[in-house]
Ligand binder design. Structure first.
Ligand SMILES: Nc1ncnc2c1ncn2[C@@H]1O[C@H](COP(=O)(O)OP(=O)(O)OP(=O)(O)O)[C@@H](O)[C@H]1O
Ligand SMILES: [Mg+2]
Length: 220
């Protein structure tokens, strides 16, 4: 599902954010990415989602060669993946329902289909009763679950989540991780960046460690 080889990412400065990263994640795996602030987690996720391009190396994700991808193909690629950003990126002037529906609207699903699928996903994340609220009027945990619902609504084969429990209390964090576990059990490959070492220990999943832009550990 994910295959990176000799990936480097250098920002102007220069900042060497990723240095010779090799990484392979199979279909259906659940993998954590841990590492200190500034280690390169978000940078790696930006490369994986074609949000930005690596400086050199090769990246294949969900059957797409992201180093050679054309702008025309990026929307097609994005339909294969779901992304949860560190800062949610919800549209503040749209309701929870509209935020979650966005990927389906963009790909041109029929209103009836959208209604059915969005309702189903909101039910799954426990937000059905908040569907008509605006993001500023729900809690942080609810905003996070909205972002998860939006990332899952088009049933992607790969879900990448950057600190999905970053701002949540421990109990809510466990709920979110249980939800991601279920998503994985249903066949989606899940890749999660997190600072929460205790949770990673409890979950006993494959864990990649990144430090100063390099993968320094791969525990299974
Ligand atoms: N657009 C940018 N331009 C220049 N440097 C950047 C840019 N984005 C990130 N960096 C730098 O690249 C390095 C990796 O940043 P990144 O955001 O990937 O870290 P992170 O592991 O996600 O950290 P955190 O846990 O705080 O979210 C840092 O030194 C950061 O300052
Ligand atoms: Mg980050």
């Amino acid at each position: 599902m994910i295959n990176l080889s000799h990936i480097y990412k250098t920002y102007t400065g220069p900042v060497h954010a990723l240095k010779n990263v090799d990484l392979k994640i199979d279909k259906g795996e659940f993998v954590f990415l841990t590492g200190p602030s500034g280690a390169g987690k978000t940078t790696l996720f930006k490369m994986l989602s074609a949000y930005d391009r690596a400086s050199s190396g090769s990246i294949d994700v969900a059957g797409y060669n992201l180093m050679g991808i054309t702008p025309k193909d990026i929307p097609h690629f994005r339909r294969r993946i779901g992304v949860i950003y560190q800062d949610f990126k919800l549209l503040k002037d749209r309701t929870i329902f509209e935020n979650v529906a966005m990927p389906l609207i963009v790909r041109g699903d029929r209103p009836q289909q959208i209604q059915r699928r969005v309702s189903e996903v909101l039910e799954n994340v426990g937000l059905f009763s908040k569907a008509q609220q605006l993001p500023d009027f729900i809690s942080g945990g609810e905003q996070q679950r909205t972002a998860i619902a939006r990332a899952l609504v088009h049933q992607p084969g790969l879900l990448i989540a950057d600190e999905p429990t970053g701002n949540l209390d421990p109990e809510l964090s466990e709920d979110i991780m249980d939800l991601l576990d279920r998503v994985c059990a249903q066949g989606t490959t899940v890749f999660v960046a997190t600072h929460d070492h205790d949770m990673v220990k409890r979950r006993k999943r494959r864990t990649l460690q990144i430090k100063d832009g390099q993968i320094v550990g791969d525990l299974r």
